[in-house]
Unconditional design. Structure first.
Length: 387
């Protein structure tokens, strides 16, 4: 079967700005991205069915036996088994009619319609809003861990000053010194090359990605995932870092999702609970207004390549677009568009695309990575369209 992960137009806009420059399947929840979860379950490599402006970097690959899977769907053993049992022309839907998967030789475009399908009677997780990502993260870490630990051996912790409780998985070339690792409520996974510095406290379930660093004295609360090559310090809880992002200094981050190649300056903080304990409102890319999130605890959602200056304060339920540079006194606006320069107190201005690209290239060069031409083209499109 040829695996194709399709973005659902009914829900895709709700996940912006995190999907402005990637398909939904590229989002991380738990240990893996959604793409990696389905590739692990189905086998082979996935291609994508997403918005047109992303299709050159994330193309669709078709065959005579295509397995289309809704990229908002998170796999579990039961639903995976039912999807793999589908025959040509068959489909699986939620009880409310959402297309979850279809097996067909037909070639579709983004936003396609598929007739028929049987209802899936079991339970499943589905990412349809920004808060869903951190709300489901802890359970996804536990579930992903079942696959992660197959054919892998945890390395012994030799540091005599590190204390562990519960199940801690240590990958190859991990460095740990004088840390407290409490995995009583869920596993702690330290992937290959991770560095846990002196005095760090990590509460499970938590995933520390390949070559990521937890700074000395850091407090990493449960339900947190750091993608590869991140540097995180201070206090972080119930949050996800996509990849290559830094929050190396003190400051609090909770109930949040930070995209790739972001940097939060020293003493950057976010609020994740309103003083009146009321429901948090989030910016909607569909309506252009603040809409109810359904959550009391809700922090910051930051698109790729965005930076925050020292002592930046993000309000409860703040949405920041991609490639912005935010700084200044006082709380920032609850919605900061992509390619924005400045702060609430000083005023926001448009961040010129060429300057933004220059900073991104410099940032990536520090990790010996480069900005590919297709990503640059996507950024130019987003800047032109004001997304």
């Amino acid at each position: 079967m040829n695996l194709i992960l399709f973005d659902d137009p009914a829900f895709r806009d709700r996940l912006k700005p995190l999907v402005l420059n990637r398909p939904v399947a590229g989002l991380r929840c738990g240990i893996y991205t959604i793409q990696e979860k389905w590739e692990n379950g189905v086998g082979g490599s996935a291609s994508f069915l997403t918005e047109g402006y992303l299709s050159q970097k994330y193309p669709s690959v078709f065959s005579l036996d295509n397995l289309y899977i809704n990229a908002h769907l998170l796999p579990n053993e039961q639903i995976l088994a039912e999807i793999l049992a589908l025959k040509e022309g068959e489909a699986l839907r939620s009880k409310t009619g959402i297309l979850l998967a279809a097996r067909t030789s037909k070639i579709f475009e983004f936003g396609f319609a598929f007739e028929g399908g049987i209802a899936f009677e079991g339970e499943f997780d589905f990412i349809q809003s920004l808060p869903d990502l951190f709300l489901k993260n802890g359970a996804q870490i536990k579930q992903d861990y079942k696959f992660f630990q197959k054919n892998r051996d945890s390395q012994p912790i030799t540091d005599p000053h590190t204390v562990t409780y519960g199940e801690v998985f240590v990958g190859k070339d991990v460095s740990i010194r004088a840390a407290i690792l409490s995995a009583v409520d869920g596993p702690i996974i330290l992937d290959e090359g991770a560095i846990i510095q002196e005095g760090a406290i990590i509460i499970g379930p938590t995933y520390i990605g390949k070559n990521s660093m937890v700074a000395f004295g850091a407090k990493i609360r449960s339900n947190t995932s750091l993608g590869p090559n991140c540097r995180v310090g201070g206090e972080v809880g119930n949050s996800i870092f996509q990849a290559y992002s830094n929050k190396a200094h003190d400051g609090f981050l909770g109930n949040s999702y930070i995209g790739a190649w972001c940097n939060l300056g020293a003493n950057t903080n976010n609020s994740n609970l309103k003083n009146n304990y009321k429901e948090v409102l989030l910016h909607s890319y569909q309506s252009g207004k603040l809409e109810p999130s359904g959550q009391i605890f809700c922090g910051t959602f930051m698109g790729d390549y965005t930076k925050a200056g020292i002592s930046t304060m993000f309000n409860t339920g703040t949405v920041v677009g991609i490639s912005s540079n935010v700084f200044g006194a006082g709380f920032q606006s609850k919605y900061i568009p992509s390619f924005t320069w400045g702060g609430e107190a000083e005023g926001y201005t448009k961040y010129k695309l060429d300057k933004a690209i220059e900073v991104i290239q410099a940032t990536m060069a520090r990790k010996e990575e480069t900005l590919d031409k297709e990503e640059e083209r996507i950024l130019a499109y987003l800047a032109e369209k004001g997304l």
